[in-house]
Design a protein around this ligand. Structure first.
Ligand SMILES: Cc1cc2nc3c(=O)[nH]c(=O)nc-3n(C[C@H](O)[C@H](O)[C@H](O)COP(=O)(O)OP(=O)(O)OC[C@H]3O[C@@H](n4cnc5c(N)ncnc54)[C@H](O)[C@@H]3O)c2cc1C
Ligand SMILES: *[C@@H]1O[C@H](CO)[C@@H](O)[C@H](O)[C@H]1NC(C)=O
Ligand SMILES: *[C@@H]1O[C@H](CO)[C@@H](O)[C@H](O)[C@H]1NC(C)=O
Ligand SMILES: *[C@@H]1O[C@H](CO)[C@@H](O)[C@H](O)[C@H]1NC(C)=O
Ligand SMILES: *[C@@H]1O[C@H](CO)[C@@H](O)[C@H](O)[C@H]1NC(C)=O
Ligand SMILES: *[C@@H]1O[C@H](CO)[C@@H](O)[C@H](O)[C@H]1NC(C)=O
Length: 542
């Protein structure tokens, strides 16, 4: 998938992290005895006589396959990466309830994994002994066109969601991410955005109900969990509050025909002027139009032996080509969009095209969205920033110079505005609304497994992040939780430090952090559901 596009969001992976040093056998009971006591608890706590079949111990021949299936970053596919003591693969909601109850009883930490796309692998890697609660079997999707809603379990992928909607209607869709293999469980928990962001907002802006298994093993819905907890799981980040079993979403209207295009210009073709104009137009244009901007250092074809920057505008418009050419002819003349640059297609085909135009050109069918593409990943690293004031032409030129000097890290600029600016910053935990022109994703992928490659590329990303400081949001320097970045702060293990949590928490959630902490303290005071960047409990309450 998308192997040809070095900045594609879908074919990717991460490196580094020498977690194994933290993994001391003395911290945990030996695996087999944990397996035995855990299984004993499960069979006691659940009436399903086949429940033992959901547990894989390290000695099981399938263990490694099950583990690797949803590793989505090769940085965490090494022999030195810490492995879970057990992988638990629930097949029904009561299995999740018993897993939570028994993990608490045997005193072992849970990491919850749905699609496994966490950019830092924290759904399946840990610094101390742990088990994985793997949601891939819980992927029921029920689409109800009459009421324009869908029930979607956490282990479903976005591609499956899009496909099941398409099966029932050609004029409905759902606003969520671009990559079909991303899991609902993590994606919706952290906000979730894609090409309909400016028209319909985030995934969480279109969710009306949810089911969660809480720390006591209770299965709760919106009514029984209450509005505070429901608010928290609409963007407060996965795995701080419980296990999300399902979300019920409101479908949105899409036209029968939409339009996509991709236009590329290098510095020799005045890409800098294009980017200056893009900053004015992309966040303010018609809400139906999403124009992502990719910026990459590449080898120049004009001046031999030098590098240049390529700017690619990749767009999806909920309307016809003729109207789009009219709009952009007026607003974005430097783009020079012509009707022949545009492709008119169905919304579901736009999903395939936007994920990978090569796949689309080869005739990929909507069924391809069901491909989970197991056990495949490149190495990768992502970071994020928010831009609130357009970057000047001079400053852009400085940035290009730095990117070329570093060599490999690219940017994805995702325009906001439209619906994003209309939703209050405290409507959901996701705070980055009005006032943000666009989000930056720092993006680098590689295939070289050598440790020095990993060290080098991670460092490039850090240097570029530091260089960008003057041009991005301040106090806090905001970030998107679904672009998980452990460089911006972590909660050290075994501790529940509010002070540490506040560092990354205010960057991800700005002023919503305090409410998230209060809710966390109320629903999980002992901090059972935790990870490197989970919401901490209030000091003195743990
Ligand atoms: C290739 C790629 C493309 C992407 N494209 C986009 C995009 O277009 N738009 C966008 O917004 N983001 C995008 N992302 C980021 C993506 O939204 C996040 O990585 C998201 O958290 C992944 O969800 P997951 O279930 O696949 O991941 P996982 O790694 O399984 O989970 C991520 C986090 O959520 C927790 N979690 C998972 N399931 C549950 C659950 N059921 N209950 C409670 N907690 C849970 C995990 O413990 C972990 O902390 C992309 C990521 C990748 C790798
Ligand atoms: C499982 O444990 C929970 C919590 O102790 C308890 O409420 C529930 O009744 C148990 N279930 C069964 C089937 O024993
Ligand atoms: C591995 O674990 C699975 C799930 O519990 C079980 O069905 C299978 O029999 C086990 N395989 C072996 C070889 O023990
Ligand atoms: C770039 O801009 C300059 C100055 O405006 C102009 O003369 C030149 O023709 C442009 N080049 C291209 C390839 O558009
Ligand atoms: C992990 O590495 C093995 C080779 O050691 C490879 O076969 C597999 O495809 C890799 N999986 C991922 C997810 O990187
Ligand atoms: C890593 O080290 C090898 C051998 O010393 C070298 O050939 C390679 O260029 C290095 N890679 C990077 C990315 O620095």
């Amino acid at each position: 998938m998308a192997k040809s596009n070095p900045i594609s969001l879908c074919y990717f992976s991460i490196p580094f992290f020498v977690l194994s040093v933290f993994f001391s056998a003395s911290l945990a009971a030996p695996t087999e005895s944990l397996y035995t006591t855990f299984l004993h608890c499960l069979t006691q706590n659940n009436t399903d006589p086949t429940i033992s079949n959901i547990v894989f111990s390290q000695t099981n021949t399938s263990f490694s396959i099950v583990l690797k299936n949803y590793i989505r970053n090769a940085r965490f596919n090494t022999t030195s990466t810490t492995k879970p003591l057990l992988i638990v693969t629930p097949k029904q909601p009561s299995h999740v309830q018993s897993t939570v109850i028994c993990a608490k009883q045997v005193n072992i930490q849970i990491k919850i994994r749905s699609g496994g796309h966490d950019y830092e692998g924290i759904s399946y890697v840990n610094q101390s002994p742990f088990i994985i609660l793997d949601m891939f079997n819980l992927r029921t999707i029920n689409v109800d066109i009459k009421n324009e809603v869908a029930y979607v379990q956490g282990g479903a992928t976005l591609g499956e969601v899009y496909y099941r909607i398409y099966e029932k209607s050609k004029v409905h869709g759902f606003p969520a991410g671009v990559c079909p293999t991303v899991g609902v469980g993590g994606h919706f928990s952290g906000g979730g955005y894609g090409t309909m962001l400016r028209k319909y907002g985030l995934s969480v802006d279109n969710i009306i109900d949810a089911e969660i298994v809480d720390v006591k093993g209770r299965l709760l819905n919106r009514k029984s969990m209450g509005e505070d907890l429901f608010w928290a799981i609409l963007g407060g980040g996965g795995a701080s509050f419980g296990v999300v079993l399902s979300y019920t979403v409101k479908l949105v209207a899409v036209p029968e025909t939409v339009t996509v295009f991709r236009i590329e210009k290098t510095l020799e073709q005045n890409a800098t002027d294009l980017v200056v104009q893009w900053q004015q137009v992309a966040p303010t244009t018609d809400n139906r139009l999403f124009m992502r901007l990719l910026l990459q250092p590449i080898t120049s074809k004009v001046v031999k032996g030098t590098k240049t920057i390529r700017a690619s505008v990749v767009a999806m418009f909920l309307g016809r080509a003729e109207e789009l050419v009219g709009i952009l002819g007026k607003q974005f003349p430097l783009l020079g969009l012509k009707k022949t640059d545009c492709i008119e297609l169905s919304w579901i085909n736009s999903v395939i095209w936007y994920n990978d135009a090569d796949d689309f050109n080869k005739g990929a069918k909507p069924e391809s969205l069901l491909d989970r593409n197991l056990n495949s990943a490149a190495f990768g690293k992502r970071k994020s920033d928010y831009v609130q004031k357009a970057i000047s032409k001079d400053d852009l030129e400085g940035i290009w110079k730095k990117m070329i000097e570093l060599g490999k890290v690219g940017f994805v600029f995702n325009p906001y505005g439209g619906k994003m600016a209309e939703i209050p910053a405290d409507a959901t935990p996701f705070p980055h609304r009005a006032g943000n022109l666009f989000k930056i994703q720092f993006s680098v992928n590689w295939n070289d497994p050598a440790p020095n490659a990993t060290v080098g590329f991670l460092n490039q990303a850090k240097v570029l992040y530091s260089y960008m400081t003057p041009y991005v949001s301040k106090n806090p320097r905001s970030a998107y939780i679904n672009y998980r970045d452990l460089d911006i702060g972590i909660n050290s293990f075994g501790k529940n430090s509010y002070e540490e949590g506040e560092v990354y928490g205010t960057k991800y959630f700005n002023n919503n952090f305090d409410r998230l902490v209060k809710i966390k303290t109320a629903v999980d005071p002992d901090n059972f559901f935790r990870n490197e960047q989970s919401i901490p409990v209030l000091p003195g309450k743990a």
